[in-house]
Write a protein that binds this ligand. Sequence first.
Ligand SMILES: NC(=O)c1ccc[n+]([C@@H]2O[C@H](COP(=O)([O-])OP(=O)(O)OC[C@H]3O[C@@H](n4cnc5c(N)ncnc54)[C@H](O)[C@@H]3O)[C@@H](O)[C@H]2O)c1
Length: 251
Amino acid sequence: MTGRVAGKVALVTGGGSGLGKADCEALAREGAVVIVTDVRLEPAQKVADAIGGVAMALDVASEEQWIATIRAIEDRFGRLDILVNNAGVVLSADVEGTTLDQFRFVNAVMSEGVFLGCKYAIPLMNRGGGGSIINMSSTGALLGYPIFFAYSAAKGAVRSMTKSIAVMCQEKGYKIRCNSVHPGAIETPMVQEAEGRPGDEQAVPEGVLPAGSKGAPADIAAMVLFLASDESRFVTGAEFVVDNAVTIRPF
Ligand SMILES: NC(=O)c1ccc[n+]([C@@H]2O[C@H](COP(=O)([O-])OP(=O)(O)OC[C@H]3O[C@@H](n4cnc5c(N)ncnc54)[C@H](O)[C@@H]3O)[C@@H](O)[C@H]2O)c1
């Protein structure tokens, strides 16, 4: 088999929609066996059917489900080479408007979900000789967005956990790399919801995009694919901003 991730086994969370779906498509196209997981089994199954992958229901906030999923992958494939911790939810509320329950929910999915994914995947990856973990953070981890308070807190935790895990793996001699990806605004159902236009998918033009444009899910999948492949063997503990310059503009 040929391809940039040929023969590797990959698990993607939140793979039924948006960025996770694009990651699954890119990984499968380049030769990986892809386990498409999502809290909603139906869209995950659709993606898996389209790419020749395997669908599994996984709520990333559930420790029991993570344990069962990793066990099922070990039983069926014997290894795990790539983990994309992508699942997420968005909440538009500033610190004054956020309830404790909302804060805990958002962080249970995106902070605890990434923690649990790494915790339970690392031993299996290690038994198979190593792997690559890609954690989906956001420019929200780097900027001060008032209305993405709980979301930014979770994404900041993802950024920091990534670095801690990368160094731990090096210190313990595991051949596991761990990096975070920080997308700017990408045209997905999450962004359509946040902007009050659910189901209104806008086409992203080809070529270099002007400032203020939204990117396409494939723009993030291209970075995920690089980090998943052995091309990035010297890359760990790093953060990859894919935002068409949003975070570095001085005005
Ligand atoms: N779209 C953007 O502009 C953007 C920007 C920065 C970061 N991100 C991040 O990228 C990731 C994917 O976002 P998206 O835009 O594709 O969103 P999306 O809403 O299109 O897809 C998210 C997927 O995650 C799943 N999900 C939600 N809660 C889950 C849970 N508890 N367990 C498992 N799956 C769950 C949903 O069912 C859905 O399929 C998220 O982590 C998001 O924060 C997105």
